[in-house]
Design a protein around this ligand. Sequence first.
Ligand SMILES: [Zn+2]
Length: 320
Amino acid sequence: MGEDAQSIGIDIGGTHLRAALMDGQGKLLQVERYRLTARDPAAMLEQIAVGRRALAKSGAPIDGLPMGVGLAGQINTQQGVVAVAPNLGWHDVPFGSMLHERFGQQVRLVNDLNAIAVGEAAYGTYRGCRELCCVFVGTGTGMGAVTGGAVVEGADGLATELGHTKVGSVTTGRLCGCGERGCLEAYTSGRHLPPLLQAKAAAGLACALMGGGRPLESITSADIDAAAQAKDPAAVALWADVSEMLAQAVGNVVTLFNPAVLVLGGGVLQTAKSLNAQLIARIPAYAARPAQRKLTISDSCLGDDAGIVGAARVALSLPR
Ligand SMILES: [Zn+2]
């Protein structure tokens, strides 16, 4: 991939949209960031167009460049359909064809965690690694996997949706943003942590973060982590539950994929340091011993840029 092989990466997050121009070496030449003003698909196209116009001001030949668009959700990449995107409230949106109609054929829609895995494998500290898994816990819980140097997509692009593997009852378990019950995400991701903490308090554990009229949704994973470190009983109990569930899931990922590198990231794991440490300490107990021999566990190397770098990298694999 030559240095001249520029591409565009778009990262649609829960609150912001970012557009970036990347060179063939994974270096971001320009990044534009906008607060999402609307979440419907048509408005999203407009916001992507605004980002592209801002990138064009640098003189880059935007119209001729391949573009990768990453977003959180279960995406049928074969048909370009966003099956479920809880953050955006989308169900069965043909966003791939909308992107093609608006911006041409040089556009590829990609799941954000698949993009992150591609970005970390191509340009992170372990660049060139052909066996790499990323597990991210943030607003949602997800993973992406690169095996044999290629991202694992499955028949429809829906593979490796770790957050929606079932760890609870599908009839009485917690309701996930995807509409199903019992998903790992509903027991571990950022948006579910405040109600889970509330349940600990309701079960009789003392909790300094509850009460006092504080809105539940204002409690962050960093707040819970600080409380857990201060031995707050409800926060300690919640972190024990969450680290145990994540360790089981991540241990199973190690057993199933036998990665050389396992990247742990996402807003919750980045800010909740004690939770992250508990998770890492518990993973060895849940992964098959032989699969751990060559395993390196790492923080995200590219941090917040991994998704946008990966989306831009995915675009480079399009026929030109
Ligand atoms: Zn789910």
